[in-house]
Design a protein around this ligand. Structure first.
Ligand code: ADP
Length: 219
């Protein structure tokens, strides 16, 4: 495992995705170096993130001057220019940056990023569409695809499991899912055990095969 959280991250591109990434990492206590070629955007983020620099990330010399060649973690959040995304990613790979993430705006873009060797390719729009589709169709409060056919959902318990210790309900054998935690009306999440008794106004976290996890709340 990892001994500690990553504390220094380079973000290239301060569009909506890059901004949200940068601010969340800052809130989490990380050092963020953000690079965007748009002067106005960079001005706007001055003071909000550790370093915001106006530069063209496809320029190798510029990246070296900023120390990006020595970074261990970088995210390419350029979507408005596939060429810019690919050139920048390729430079990062050439520098030997150990952990490179890049946002893809299409399947083809994602495929080429992988071919360049980018370690983590994310498709934020596609992923968020999938997530919302499941929330809408199954009426879930939240849905996270865990890969491999498994999902984590935030939902409410079905009437058939209420009012008795969960071990007596045989949730695993009857529903094929695991209830991990429940959120009491006061907003606190608590671990769920065999002794736990759920009530109708609890929110619960459930994991299991996608369809089973999605349908659990229907009973
Ligand atoms: P989103 O879809 O998340 O809003 P965009 O893909 O529209 O993001 O934004 C990408 C950002 O990347 C823009 O702010 C743009 O100025 C920046 N950008 C694009 N090409 C380069 C480049 N070569 N160097 C630095 N920044 C770039």
């Amino acid at each position: 495992g990892h001994a500690s959280l990553v504390d220094s991250i380079v973000i290239i591109g301060l569009g909506r995705f890059g901004q949200s990434l940068a601010l969340e990492l800052m809130a989490d206590g990380a050092d963020v170096l953000a690079i965007d070629r748009n002067e106005e955007l960079v001005q706007q983020f001055n003071g909000k993130i550790t370093h915001a620099v106006q530069a063209d990330a496809t320029n190798e010399e510029v990246l070296r001057q900023l120390g990006v060649h020595e970074a261990t973690h970088a995210v390419v959040a350029i979507g408005d220019s596939i060429e810019g995304s690919l050139l920048t990613s390729s430079l990062l790979m050439g520098f030997g940056v150990r952990h490179v993430w890049a946002k893809a705006v299409s399947d083809a873009h994602g495929r080429i990023l992988s071919q360049i060797g980018v370690h983590h390719v994310v498709h934020p729009e596609r992923e968020s569409g999938v997530r919302v589709a499941h929330q809408v169709r199954a009426q879930l409060k939240d849905y996270i695809d865990l890969g491999g056919g498994y999902a984590l959902v935030r939902t409410t318990p079905p009437a058939s499991v209420l009012g008795q210790p969960l071990r007596e309900v045989h949730v695993r054998s009857k529903f094929g899912v695991t209830v991990i935690a429940s959120k009491r009306p006061d907003g606190r999440w608590v671990d769920v055990s065999g002794d736990s008794i759920l009530s109708a106004d609890d929110e619960i976290l459930v994991t299991g095969p996608i369809e089973k996890a999605e349908r659990f709340h229907l009973g």
